[in-house]
Ligand binder design. Structure first.
Ligand SMILES: C[S@@+](CC[C@H](N)C(=O)[O-])C[C@H]1O[C@@H](n2cnc3c(N)ncnc32)[C@H](O)[C@@H]1O
Length: 492
């Protein structure tokens, strides 16, 4: 799994024609009002320049995408009304100046403003590449109209919603640009596996065949009918979106200043997931038609362990719905997630299975970003309507601590994704799993693991398999990476 990442937060600059800058004249108008004034040629001849550095790496950032890619940049125009009293009454932590759009908002309440004309080339030897493109400011004017029409349609569609706003005023409302960088898939993949995979290093990481035969030798496998292999395309490259750049702030007619706006140290991921239709309980998971929905997640640009996206987390979030497509009717299971990070797995699961209680846990480091992500998917700014309120909350839980927060007595599921990469924590993790399973044979442990070092991997699964048996599993092959998604239960 490769991810496009911003090395630096994107910058949007508003550039005036040279003559205008020399003239040094100031007119007290905002950018938008001057753009909407057809006689203001100075504003209309200005442009936006968007720039950043991007890289394409795996989750740990140690493997750069080894093939050639054509990346493209898109600018989206959207608006957000200022937070209302209802927003401030709620528990949603609105501590960032610019709140990203929800998944639905991104699709329904924004318009594509501009796309970079030439592809941004990524070749396998690169470590980062510069992205820079300019957009004439006057092209914003017809886009405002398009946005207005889209919002009107949206409001008509959602006219029962209290949040619907009938009038859109570009001069009053806050306008934003978001920069999205995505991979343009090529007809023929030019994916070239890194050369180190051809030599001895391949033995350390392990191929699917090697890992599978070791698992079979150790008898750590599910029954054949409960074991699936899923292949993800080599060229799966996750998009990245900047935090909204608030262009309303530009003072368009201040010709002496080059205005710039930086999008902060975070980026946004819009992650599509499949949702089974309501009647899915009796269907076979393989034939299930999934409705596209998605989660929106804030991620830090730095590589802080708890504050960014991990491969096994992405795979668990996207493939669990296919495997576990419902809980028994009428039940409301309690689900504990250990090492939730930015909350990707539980938030995705909660959208698929809203009839459950979710307790997301991690060290203090994850609290702020995880709570923000819960708020973004469930706060008052979302359009998601729930039959009944969902319990989804973050608690601090250190696997090595002896005192635990007050949690429900019995768990239906304990979910863990990408927490088994460091052998230092194996003992602590296994002991907290055992403590939280509390001897209950009905509790299932769902564990997503990415194979990174075969010796460590086998050691972890050997420890786990002494206490737990794997009931169902999915092996995920993604280029040179192998992941295992297992549903484990206490041994008899
Ligand atoms: C690689 S990240 C995976 C995050 C998330 N599950 C995902 O898939 O995106 C591992 C997580 O385990 C958490 N973790 C590591 N040691 C921990 C400990 N002793 N107690 C609680 N959480 C811990 C980290 O803070 C981090 O969020």
């Amino acid at each position: 799994m490769y991810q496009i990442k911003f090395v630096k937060a994107p910058i949007c600059e508003f550039i005036q024609p040279v003559q205008a800058r020399r003239a040094g004249v100031k007119v007290p108008e905002t950018l938008l009002s001057s753009l909407l004034n057809p006689s203001n040629t100075r504003a209309l001849n200005s442009s936006f320049k968007i720039s950043t550095l991007v890289m394409v790496t795996n989750d740990l950032g140690e493997d750069f995408y080894p093939g050639n890619l054509d990346l493209t940049a898109q600018l989206f125009l959207h608006y957000q009304s200022s937070p209302t009293d209802a927003d401030s009454d709620s528990n949603e932590p609105l501590y960032l100046d610019t709140t990203p759009l929800t998944y639905e908002d991104f699709q329904e309440k924004s318009v594509l403003f501009s796309t970079s004309k030439t592809p941004i080339k990524w070749d396998g030897k690169m470590r980062e590449t510069r992205l820079e493109f300019g957009v004439p400011a006057h092209t914003l004017v017809p886009k405002l109209k398009e946005l207005e029409i889209k919002l009107m349609n949206y409001n008509v569609k959602h006219r029962l919603s209290k949040k619907a706003k009938s009038v859109f005023d570009p001069l009053q409302d806050e306008l934003f640009l978001s920069l999205r960088v995505l991979n343009v898939p090529k007809k023929t993949s030019r994916f070239a596996p890194p050369s180190k995979l051809d030599n001895a290093a391949a033995g350390i990481k392990g191929t699917y065949a090697e890992i599978r035969s070791l698992f079979e030798a150790e008898n750590i496998v599910a029954a054949p009918e409960q074991s699936t292999v899923m292949e993800l395309e080599d060229t799966t490259v996750l998009d990245v979106v900047s935090l909204p750049l608030q262009i309303t702030l530009f003072q368009g007619a201040d010709v002496t200043v080059l205005e710039r706006f930086v999008s902060d140290k975070y980026c946004v991921r819009y992650l599509p997931i499949g949702i089974p239709p309501k009647t899915s309980l009796d269907e076979s998971p393989k034939d299930l038609k999934l409705e596209a929905k998605g989660v929106v997640l804030l991620e830090e640009l730095s590589n802080g362990i708890a504050r960014h996206l991990w491969d096994a987390g992405i795979v668990v979030a996207k493939s669990l719905p296919k495997l576990y497509h419902g809980f028994p009717a009428g039940s409301k299971p309690d689900i504990l997630e250990l090492g939730t990070g930015i909350g990707i797995v539980s938030i995705a699961l909660s959208i698929v299975f809203p009839n459950a209680n979710y307790y997301l846990t991690d060290l203090y480091d994850a609290k702020e970003i995880c709570e923000f992500n819960i708020g973004m998917n469930y706060g008052p700014r979302t359009v998601r309507r729930l039959a009944e309120p969902i319990l989804i909350k973050f608690d601090e839980l250190d696997w090595e601590a002896t005192e635990f927060p007050d949690l429900p007595p019995v768990w239906s599921y304990i979910v863990i994704a990408d927490c088994t990469y460091n052998p230092t924590y194996y003992d602590a993790l296994l002991s907290i799993i055992i403590k939280q399973v509390k001897g209950d044979k009905n509790t299932r442990v769902i564990l997503g693991h990415k194979f990174r070092d075969l010796a460590n991997d086998i050691c972890w699964f050997g420890m786990l398999a002494q206490q737990f048996a794997v009931e169902k599993e999915v092996w995920v092959k993604n280029g040179s990476n192998v992941m295992h998604l297992g549903c484990w239960k206490l041994r008899e």
